[in-house]
Design a protein around this ligand. Structure first.
Ligand code: 5GP
Ligand code: ZN
Length: 116
């Protein structure tokens, strides 16, 4: 995708605070964090959103979740004593604003349920 913000971050055409990378994923700090830890993990390959995931995306999807755990551990919220929330927003009711699949890793404070 030529005009996708997160594709541009993956390609290093737009700056971001990148904290983790694998052959399939890039993770960077959210520009408007909602918690002390707020990192977005994205696939290098453009995928529109979680609703566009098919079985062909299985490897990317597993890589996103593994990367999220590694990010959480590196940020000090992994392990049995802390915790974090993983979120895919899909569509306007969930306020999805960037059309490139991204897994939010949110932690560092106690969170309520249900979310707002
Ligand atoms: P969504 O609401 O689509 O699930 O989440 C998009 C997230 O991307 C938001 O939390 C927003 O703060 C973040 N974001 C939007 N633009 C940028 C940007 O240019 N750089 C970074 N690092 N985060 C961004
Ligand atoms: Zn993209």
């Amino acid at each position: 995708m030529t005009d996708c913000l997160f594709c541009k971050i993956v390609a290093r055409e737009v700056p971001a605070d990148i904290v983790h990378e694998t052959d399939r994923t890039v993770a960077f700090k959210d520009i408007n964090p909602t918690a002390p830890v707020h990192v977005l993990v994205v696939p290098r390959e453009h995928v529109e959103d979680a609703a566009a995931i098919t079985p062909e995306h299985a490897d990317d999807l597993a890589a996103l979740v593994v990367a999220a755990r590694e990010v959480a551990e590196a940020e000090g919220v992994g392990g049995p004593d802390r915790g974090y929330r993983l979120v895919f927003n899909v569509g306007p009711d969930a306020s999805n604003s960037v059309p490139h699949l991204h897994l939010h890793v949110i932690g560092g404070r106690a969170m309520t349920w249900p979310p707002g």
